[in-house]
Design a binder for this molecule. Sequence first.
Ligand code: NAP
Length: 267
Amino acid sequence: MKVLILGGTDEARRLAAALADRPRTHVVSSLAGRVRDPKLPVGEVREGGFGGPGGLAAWLVEHGVQVVVDATHPFAARMSASAAEAAARTGLPSLILRRPGWRAAPGDDWRWVPSLEAAAELLPSLGERVFLTTGRRSLPVFAGLDGQWFLARSVDRPGPVVPRRLEVLLSRGPFTVDGELALMREHRVEVLVTKDSGGEMTTAKLFAARELGVPVVIVRRPPLPEGVVSVGTVEAALAWLESVSGPGGGAGAGAGSGRRARHAGER
Ligand code: NAP
């Protein structure tokens, strides 16, 4: 069975690792190729966009892919839409592996917003000193906020359009609660901005914000594409792969078809 994993996440790397030693299973992991020094999954890796759903559909056929697992980041909405469409066009079974979003706990002061733009609009009412953890490509959205000072943490250096009062911290998770507490105290952070990325790697900032009484502006996830089965864990993805692999490790076409996003196991 030849599996394409659309990656760029910890789950994608863990799935590739779990499949690496399986007999009759060949995995190709795909990365967007934007991060300068990406964490690489084990096994075969390709990098760069496919050229939209048509390009991806052609690539799947050309490379004899039998199953597609979209394990991209919850905010990689274009890639997910493209994967869903390419799988539908080629009739291949496809799965979305998406870790669950975060849930507020007692003591949290979270303000849910539908977009980065809405987050930027809300900030002046919440505080002056902002810890921005939404990625370097989000910085232009906050560039007009001259009344705010930003500490922006990202893996790679941001582009030219950034807020006027900005300190950049180049760093990659996982982070610890003690580290986040020290960072937020040192910079006298008054408000934290994050996407609802979910997962364990970057939750420490949320614990630190709770402890310090700092409000969190949290951007909601884009919806899943319609008609694709989704699971929340690597284990569930492995079980789904098992279920679609036919005799001899092949995969049956059409296992991912349907009209709306469904969770595996849902009828
Ligand atoms: P996006 O906006 O949904 O994708 C834009 C385009 O980049 C896609 O249409 C596709 O180009 C290409 N692309 C994205 N992911 C790809 C992959 N895994 N393999 C090959 N091409 C890919 O995605 P994004 O938000 O830019 O994220 C890019 C990558 O970074 C993803 O792999 C994602 O898992 C990872 N990531 C994203 C975030 C985030 O906050 N968005 C955070 C951490 C990691 P074509 O249309 O030409 O195929």
